[in-house]
Design a protein around this ligand. Structure first.
Ligand code: COI
Length: 356
């Protein structure tokens, strides 16, 4: 049956093995499920959070009337943990993920997870799974996935009487099978919208990703591993890719990315890259980007996010038209800058790394 034991009993003892000690082929990791030592789980009921559990069993018994199944009250997050050159294990900017989940909780009437609980959950699950942190130099990371959902029984539409917050980890390599820095051909999506103008595109809501599946399938069936959404009102302004934000480096050397605060997911990677670009003296513009009017001015295009990091886009296809972009030079520089911080090779001037 399910192993429901207190943290101390399961993970209280010192973890014997360090980063990279799990028996995995680190160099060949993709973005796929890898069983680990377990996850942490907290339950909110009667206005308060319980003291949490550490569990090995990756299954959760949830009431059949759980709000998540019927009305989709669910949010998730994702950040990475790195083994650095100095031997430390650090979480990359998970304060930003906590902030974003809080925003989603307010939008979806879900109780917020206090930072102290988030931090304890994250620290505990990583401590128990240190062996699964890919070793320095392997190019991988431990992906951390916090998520929260309405788990209590409720028949009519309304907030759930109970919520469950889980944090699990999964060692990962590159998201797209082609590998990091292999450019992708993208389709401009004209048959589906991702987010309504005043909808919930700015939240990491589970349903936003479910709604992408058919559109992603359509693009893949036409030979495109990735597709770009335009704004739902006019199908004119760039919004984002299936799982990641849009960035272009213009021919005059600017870093441009859409400004659409109610419909584009506020990517932490994009936020960090804007800062690193500014540090390199690159002009950063966050503003509406008119696809047809501006596509010819793009020198480099990238998909940016926690999972994809910085993945270059080689071309856009829209109907029978195709635009091709240059080699990622500035984007490569930015990727190196962010990877340098994550690997502990570059100075962490913005205090992005939280040592565990
Ligand atoms: C991430 O980039 O971390 C995400 O959450 C996207 C997900 C589809 C893997």
């Amino acid at each position: 049956g399910p192993e429901l034991v207190p943290h101390a009993e399961l993970w209280g003892a010192p973890v014997p093995d360090g980063p990279g000690s799990a028996n995995l082929d680190w160099a060949s990791l993709g973005f796929d499920y890898v069983p680990t030592n377990g996850h942490v789980r907290y339950v909110w009921k009667d206005g308060q959070w319980d003291s949490g559990r550490s569990l090995r069993d990756p299954y959760i018994p949830v009431h059949i009337l759980g709000n998540v199944f019927h009305y989709g009250q669910a949010l998730f997050e994702g950040f990475k943990v790195f083994h650095t050159r100095n031997g430390t294990v650090c979480a990359f900017a998970d304060n930003m993920n906590h902030e974003r989940m809080g925003h989603g909780c307010r939008r979806f009437r879900i109780p917020e997870v206090p930072w102290s609980l988030w931090k304890k959950a994250v620290d505990d699950v990583i401590r128990a799974n240190v062996a699964f942190v890919p070793p320095y130099g392997s190019g991988g990371a431990l992906y951390v996935r916090p998520f929260i959902f309405g788990s209590g029984p409720r028949l009519g539409l309304g907030p759930s009487p109970e919520y469950t917050f889980v944090v699990f980890v999964n060692p990962v390599g590159s998201y797209y099978k082609t590998g990091q820095l292999e450019a992708l051909d993208a389709l401009v999506n004209t048959e589906y919208d991702r987010a309504a103008p005043l909808g919930c595109g700015d939240c990491k809501a589970a349903g936003n990703y479910a709604a992408d599946l058919e559109s992603m399938h359509m693009a893949k069936s036409r030979g495109f591993p990735i597709s770009l959404y335009l704004d739902a009102r006019e199908q004119r302004y760039v919004e984002e890719f299936n799982t990641s934000n849009f960035v272009a480096i213009t021919k005059d050397g600017k870093y441009i990315t859409p400004q659409a605060p109610r419909s584009v997911l506020p990517s932490n990677t994009n936020r960090v890259l804007r800062q690193l670009a500014a540090d390199l003296g690159i002009t950063v513009e966050q503003r509406p980007i008119d696809f047809e009017a501006e596509v010819d001015s793009f020198a480099e295009v990238g998909a940016v996010g926690t999972a994809v990091v910085v993945t270059p886009i080689r071309s856009f296809t829209r109907g029978d038209r195709k635009w091709t972009f240059g080699e990622p030079k500035v984007l490569k520089q930015l990727l190196d800058a962010v990877r340098g911080i994550q690997d502990g090779e570059a100075e962490d001037r913005h205090s992005l790394m939280r040592r565990l």
